[in-house]
Design a protein around this ligand. Structure first.
Ligand code: SAM
Length: 209
């Protein structure tokens, strides 16, 4: 989802209080940044931001951070926030590969919503649930590690179940049809699209103590 020709994306990001320019400065200090001890929930690949914007509004006692690697995509989320006044939400523009330089055992929950599936075997390491990413996540999580994934892609879903189990996670909830579960849900932009097309959404919650 790379949007081209978004004029002045970087300028727009830099002008927004919802965008963190130098996230490495807050390594180990995110509670000071938010000025409270509330848990911090992270979404990697936050896209155009709907999920986190609504999560933050519904959960004022949780701090939310979105990571998106393309400024041209992130600017769409930032634009939606122009008229909002939300104190528990910020976005960062980095590749998740660098995540261990931004957080030091500070994250309670990680959302992976409709992550790129990277279907070719030779690209498996790029999947956000590959063992190399799961190892990186070990250093960002507080003691208890919790991951929630939603995806339309059954290949990525099967891969994630396997990798999470191999890395010591226990699967607390697994569904091949989220719409038919009693699970409260905020839809992402991709989820809206896939649901309209009649695709079922796969869902998992995994925990490692
Ligand atoms: C398929 S889109 C899903 C967007 C959103 N989560 C949704 O469900 O509507 C995947 C998003 O993840 C971002 N992304 C993919 N790999 C990433 C990485 N390694 N680090 C940060 N963002 C990444 C992409 O740029 C894209 O915006």
């Amino acid at each position: 989802m790379r949007l081209r020709n978004v004029k002045n994306a970087i300028e727009k990001l830099n002008d927004s209080r919802y965008f963190i320019k130098n996230p490495k400065d807050y390594y180990g200090k995110w509670q000071y940044f938010f000025k409270n001890n509330n848990p911090i929930h992270l979404e990697i690949g936050s896209g155009k931001g709907n999920f986190l914007i609504n999560k933050a509004k519904e959960n004022p006692n949780i701090n939310f951070i979105g990571i998106e690697k393309f400024s041209s995509v992130l600017v769409r989320a930032i634009e939606k926030l122009t008229l909002e006044n939300i104190s528990n939400l910020v976005f960062i523009c980095i590749d998740a590969k660098e995540i261990d330089t931004i957080f030091n055992h500070e994250i309670s929950l990680l959302y992976l919503n409709f992550s790129d599936p990277w279907p070719k075997k030779r690209h498996a390491d790029r999947r956000l649930t590959s063992l190399s990413f799961l190892k990186l996540y070990d250093s960002i999580f507080v003691n208890e590690k919790r991951i929630i994934q939603k995806t339309d892609n059954i290949g990525l879903f099967a891969y994630s179940l396997e990798q999470l189990s191999k890395n010591g996670y226990i699967l607390e909830k697994v569904s091949l049809d989220l719409a038919n579960e009693d699970i409260s849900n905020i839809k992402t932009e991709y989820e809206e699209k896939f649901t309209e097309l009649g695709f079922k959404i796969n869902y998992l919650e995994a925990i490692k103590k």
